[in-house]
Design a protein around this ligand. Structure first.
Ligand code: AVJ
Ligand code: FE
Length: 443
């Protein structure tokens, strides 16, 4: 049982500060005229997130956890929660006049002082308080911020290039040449452990608990994620016109939006281009195809295959021929820059198969990094699920049968979130995220 003494306050304080600095860099890259824009119609405008991050920390740790007063009750209501409505009509008129960036930043500075003081000196792991026990509220705050840094990354990805400020030192994108030859790996029948048990990890979100042991039949799985080269074959073969390849919801979205290719692709004078974060590039054939779940599932069906279930992903990523399960695909070493493309290593992907040191025991590559991976598993609670006291709505609001589980990590996923039990989720028709996929078949 972790006690207050087990928490390394200095580490929490420096993690919080690191988070805040990274967020500041992100917001500073938005030109003032785009600050209140809403690059993704279903999400809040950019400015909301600059207020949401500190307000969430105050609401969760200082107010809900410690029972202390906040900084500004009005702003802490305004910036309380993001949204995930069904469609654009459900967004409504929304807020008409947001506070200025100066006002939001001065609120944030005051909020930071309170949160830092709490992390440094308050009783933030009081065992008798379920919101604080084990440092729950502190970790909730510390992992919430990098999650929204990813939200912001894929959101800023949609801004026009003249709406953002390019970093001064920008490494050239790693385009690569032709992708590796397609291959699949055999994974024999065995078990997989999804999630984790309380106490097994310092912190996890509520949907990760309790652990689930499942038996998984034999299957084979693509060694590499599906590339733009692969996906181009599907596009050229008329995959977007063939209704039989799509599920009902996916086809409805495809038809209503007249989707004809992945959102990250653009056709310029007959040439396929990739919309990178900072540049438009000739479509890098060796990069993973970033698609919605609907597009991924249609591609898999076209190949006569399927998307892996969450359990198959686990088996492919963490299982071993000996039956022991690993903490990470490569073993038990912590995630670092040699294992995969994550932790903001770059704004865009790298060629598939770039990280041999990150391969799983079966030789499956890039399972963690270079883009989240869609699964065919509907996001649902594990038996025994309990909403987390620090943020009871975190997952519970999304157990509606309309969200799919994603596993792994993207280039914009902080290394602190790279753990086996972490589960991400999005709607099947959400094309904005850094999400790739691979396919499975029967052996
Ligand atoms: C877990 C990434 C789906 O961005 O909607 C942040 C995380 N929830 N604040 C999201 C989240 C509330 C969530 N995802
Ligand atoms: Fe949030």
């Amino acid at each position: 049982m972790p006690t207050a003494l087990d928490l390394d306050r200095e580490a929490l304080v420096s993690w919080y500060s690191r988070n805040r600095r990274r967020s500041e860099t992100i917001f500073d890259s938005v030109r003032p005229e785009a600050y209140e824009s809403r690059p993704i119609p279903l999400r809040n405008p950019i400015c909301f997130y600059e207020g949401h991050l500190p307000a969430f920390s105050v609401n969760t740790l200082v107010k809900r956890g410690l029972g202390e007063g906040g900084v500004d009750a009005e702003l802490e209501t305004l910036f309380e929660r993001g949204i995930d409505p069904e469609d654009e009509e459900a967004v409504g008129g929304g807020q008409s006049a947001w506070p200025s960036r100066i006002a939001i930043r001065s609120y944030a500075a005051a909020a930071d002082r309170k949160v830092l003081a709490a992390l440094a000196g308050a009783d933030i792991a009081a065992e008798e308080n379920p919101v604080l026990a084990g440092g729950l509220a502190a970790y909730t705050v510390l992992e919430h911020e990098p999650m929204h840094q990813e939200t912001l990354a894929y959101m800023l990805h949609r801004l026009r290039y003249d709406q953002k400020i390019r970093p001064a030192a920008l490494a050239a994108a790693r385009i690569g040449g032709e992708p590796p030859v397609r291959a699949s790996a055999h994974v024999p029948a065995g078990h997989a452990t999804l999630g984790a048990d309380p106490g097994e990890i310092p912190f996890g979100w509520d949907n990760e608990f309790p652990s689930q042991r499942v038996e998984v039949g034999a299957f084979d799985i693509d060694v590499d994620s599906v590339t733009n080269r692969d996906f181009l074959e599907f596009v050229d073969a008329g995959g977007y016109e063939d209704e039989t390849l799509w599920d009902e919801e996916g086809w409805e979205w495809r038809a209503a939006r007249e989707v004809r290719h992945p959102l990250f692709w653009e056709l310029h004078r007959g040439v396929w281009m990739w919309r990178g974060m900072w540049d438009l590039l000739p479509l890098p054939m060796a990069w993973p195809a970033y698609t919605s779940h609907a597009e991924a599932a249609a591609f898999a069906r076209w190949r006569g295959r399927r998307l892996p279930t969450e359990a198959q992903f686990h088996r492919a990523a963490y299982g071993t021929p000996e039956g022991v399960e690993r903490a990470q695909p490569w073993g038990d070493a912590p995630p670092d820059a040699t294992r995969g493309h994550f932790d903001f290593a770059a704004a865009d992907p790298v060629p598939v198969g770039s990280f041999p040191r990150g391969s799983s025991a079966w030789g499956v590559r890039d399972l963690v990094g270079n883009g989240w991976e869609w699964t065919s598993t509907v996001f649902a609670p594990f038996p025994g699920f309990e909403p987390m006291p620090s943020y009871p709505q975190y997952s519970a609001d999304f157990f509606d049968g309309n969200h799919w589980v994603l596993k792994g990590a993207s280039p914009a996923t902080a290394k602190e979130l790279v753990r086996r039990s972490l589960r991400n989720w999005f709607r099947g028709n959400y094309p904005y995220v850094y999400a790739k996929f691979r396919t499975v078949g029967s052996p």
